[in-house]
Design a protein around this ligand. Structure first.
Ligand code: GRF
Length: 215
């Protein structure tokens, strides 16, 4: 892919966005972030984008009459930047089926668990309560099932004795900052695709876990 335009959607701190920005600036990641869009005006990630000279937009979901109207406006805003890829980086909105279908095969999300375990919120606490010895994070293509699309890459993080949700979250977050730039790079290099059988890397079906990284 000659130039891979990426639009990143955020709602908060944007540490994953920062990792994507850094991988482009320092590690030769061939993607280009065309814009960062937030549904919250106070998202710190907007500052990170501005610092990096990236165009930002705020689209406040509270200004819209329902999910469909918001998502329609979001599609219009995103498509104004001609993206090859849309990256959800802590975007705390459930997306409509229409939105997800519009970006099929070019919409990625990151989730702080080893999917399919612990979809939704409070993943670190749930992993600890279950007594899991391993936890981690996942990048996946987005489909209409919440946190349910084909997996691209997972990083496994061992649970340590004395872990709290906060400590575990910190280590998982560290791995998120590794696997999201990796997935964006694969996509930008034309190596990562979604087809009928699932996610493919270099023309070969990825395993159900996605590419697995053990730390
Ligand atoms: C991350 O834990 C990500 O897995 C989840 O939202 C969080 C975003 O964190 N989807 P940040 O805003 O990138 O720091």
């Amino acid at each position: 892919m000659a130039d891979c335009n990426v639009v990143v959607l955020i709602s908060g701190s944007g540490s994953n966005l920062q990792a994507l920005i850094d991988s482009i600036a320092h590690d030769g990641n061939p993607a280009r972030i065309a814009a960062v869009i937030s549904n919250r005006a106070d998202a710190y990630g907007l500052e990170r984008a501005k610092q990096a000279g990236i165009t930002t937009r705020v689209l406040d979901h509270k200004q819209f009459d329902g999910r469909e109207a918001f998502d329609a406006a979001l599609v219009e805003a995103i498509d104004g930047f001609d993206p090859h890829l849309v990256v959800l980086a802590g975007f705390m909105r459930i997306l409509t089926g229409g939105f997800v279908r519009h970006y099929e095969g070019r919409l990625l999300n990151i989730h702080p668990s080893l999917l399919p375990k612990y979809k939704g919120l409070h993943t670190h606490q749930r992993a600890l309560e279950a007594g899991d010895s391993e936890h981690g994070c996942s990048v996946h293509f987005v489909t209409e099932e919440l946190d349910g699309g084909p997996l691209v890459v997972q990083a496994v993080v061992p649970v340590e004795s004395g872990d709290t949700p906060e400590l575990l979250a910190q280590r998982v977050h560290g791995q998120e900052h590794h696997i999201y730039p990796l997935a964006m790079r694969w996509f930008a290099e034309g190596r990562l695709r979604l087809n009928d059988t699932g996610a493919q890397l270099d023309g070969t079906d990825l395993p159900a876990t996605g590419y697995l990284i053990r730390t």
